[in-house]
Design a protein around this ligand. Structure first.
Ligand code: HEC
Length: 122
């Protein structure tokens, strides 16, 4: 290998290393965010565990409507205190199943905030 070739391969290798390191940093940053309680992960939880009854926007799916789920965007729900919404999500109510064994307290609180964010815009 000539000196020039060696230098080129070092440049090339360090470029790859930089890309990998940058990728790792980005990846761990997004994992931390997903593990946090921010809106994006609550939204994903809602889509995965709640939307089958409450619909993707909280209005109620076909299944949900047949069970008479309330419109989560409505004043009636938005007027209820956080603690009550959290209790319903954790312990269930009527046709609503309890989620305390499948969701952490932090996830339940993030969901309450997510339900708040669905509030109908006037
Ligand atoms: C199997 C269908 C079903 C699923 C899944 C479901 N719900 Fe419900 N939900 C209901 C029904 C039915 C009600 C109405 C309960 C009542 O008032 O008797 C309800 C009520 C609610 C209310 C109103 C609060 C209250 O105290 O009346 C909130 C908030 C809510 N659900 C949030 C959620 C969230 C968040 C999830 C996901 C973690 C979820 N639901 C999953 C069926 C469901």
């Amino acid at each position: 290998m000539s000196v020039r070739e060696k230098r080129d391969s070092i440049v090339c290798t360090s470029a790859i290393v930089i890309v990998i390191v940058a990728e790792l940093i980005l990846f761990s940053a997004s994992t931390v965010r997903a593990g946090g309680q921010d809106g994006a992960s609550a939204k994903a939880t809602f889509q995965a565990k709640c939307a089958m009854c409450h619909g993707p926007d909280g209005a109620g799916s076909e299944v949900g409507k047949s069970m008479k789920v309330p419109d989560l965007r409505s004043e009636a729900i938005q007027k209820m205190p956080d603690a009550e919404l959290a209790k319903t999500i954790s312990e269930g109510k009527g046709g609503m199943p309890p989620f305390k064994s499948s969701l952490s307290e932090a996830q339940i609180h993030a969901l309450v905030r997510y339900v708040r964010s669905l509030r109908q815009k006037k």
